[in-house]
Design a protein around this ligand. Structure first.
Ligand code: AFP
Length: 365
């Protein structure tokens, strides 16, 4: 490997992006670089795994600990959350932060200055895969703090984070897989960076990522099939019917149970991911969390020419009402997501025609 590389580093990329906004202060870039540093630290901890005693549940000898989602926290969940806070709280760029692992917003300690931005993050997505060595990741979203918060310097409250996904200043994820990657959008397309383990730098390896509009690959947890609503059942049935069905083409299926890894696959080669609202637990409007899972991944998908939806409406237009609210989430190749949205608009009785429709394939579309 030559040290001479004509690839841009993340720092270089951000400075070139900033040139588009001559009045920009640089705080935003500094915040993104602090997040990138946090992800490098988490990548190391994930890579060491049991060698650093990082496997298993947090506080297991005291009966473990449960987060606000009701999930048992893994050691790496708690460590990743701490690393995100430690690497970003000191810089003077943040007014506050919120995380999947913390019930309430985190206040910037008094010894540090407060800034213009809010960060919301899932410090370790897919943590149920840690102990089986499957790719996991960190997901983050950057919002501008309300002007009144910036002017007063007051502690943040939950409502300060209730901004629709369209208001995100930046969004991204780090993927801790065979390589460590950072995928980022600052509102001008999506770029992928690979961590060079020798230099310890994120290098621009995947500029201007674009998602194919069509695909023959879908991802859904089929063990929930009996709880799916009719439009989702119809869509999956038609994919499974393949060439003999109304779609006239075969589909493949994937399910990693780390949404960040699914999002990355879809960014690389297209596909559609569904964790729809279902009837499994009617009190929960979905499994995935709006503020730090659906909104950041949604912004990346839309910025890469894909689509991100609740199944019924663009997810980025949903007005948040609670910090840890869940939502049905469908994203990926534009034409497939639009088809799923269309099936949600079409009258339910469409379903009755299917068997005939499928078998004899009289009315292929
Ligand atoms: P964890 O972070 O608790 O492992 O949850 C991962 C996740 O939020 C998302 O990354 C997966 O797509 C989804 O849950 C997996 O859900 P199932 O366990 O129902 O397959």
């Amino acid at each position: 490997m030559t040290l001479r590389s004509n690839r841009s580093t993340l720092t270089q990329f951000l400075i070139e992006e900033r040139r588009r906004f001559p009045s920009a202060s640089g705080d935003f870039n500094a915040l993104i670089l602090d997040v990138a540093l946090a992800c490098k630290g988490i990548a190391k901890a994930v890579a060491y795994g049991e060698l650093a005693g990082m496997m298993g549940n947090h506080a297991a000898d005291e009966g473990g600990s449960v987060n606000v989602q009701g999930e048992t926290q893994k050691k790496l969940d708690v460590l990743s959350n701490d690393v995100f806070m430690q690497r970003t709280e000191w810089s003077g760029n943040l007014a506050g932060m919120a995380s999947e692992e913390m019930d309430l917003p985190y206040q910037i300690p008094k010894q540090y200055p407060r800034g213009n931005y809010l960060i919301v993050f899932d410090p370790l997505d897919g943590s149920s895969n840690i102990d089986v060595n499957v790719s996991v990741g960190s997901i983050f979203s950057v919002l501008r703090a309300p002007q009144e918060v910036i002017d007063s310097g007051r502690d943040v409250v939950e409502a300060d984070f209730f901004q629709p996904g369209t208001k995100q200043m930046a969004a991204g994820y780090a993927l801790y897989g065979p390589t460590t990657m950072l995928v980022l959008t600052v509102g001008d397309g999506v770029n992928g960076f690979t961590l060079d383990p020798n230099l310890g730098e994120f290098m621009l390896t995947h500029p201007k990522l674009c998602i194919p509009e069509d695909t023959q690959e879908f991802a859904i947890n089929a063990s929930n099939a009996r709880f799916w609503q009719v439009p989702v059942k119809r869509y999956v049935d038609e994919c499974l019917a393949g060439k003999t069905g109304p779609r006239g083409k075969d589909f493949n299926m994937r399910w990693i149970a780390s949404m960040v890894a699914e999002a990355h696959r879809i960014l690389m080669r297209g596909g559609v991911f569904m964790y729809p609202r279902d009837t499994k637990d009617p009190s929960k409007p979905g499994r995935l969390r709006l503020l730090y899972e659906a909104n950041p991944v949604g912004m990346i998908m839309e910025q890469a020419g894909g689509r991100a939806s609740t199944g019924e409406m663009p997810v980025l237009e949903v007005q948040p009402t609670s910090l840890h609210q869940r939502i049905g989430f469908v994203f990926g190749s534009k034409n497939e997501v639009e088809r799923i949205e269309r099936y949600h608009r079409e009258p339910v009785e469409v379903e009755l025609h299917n068997p005939l429709f499928a078998e004899r394939s009289l009315f292929r579309d």
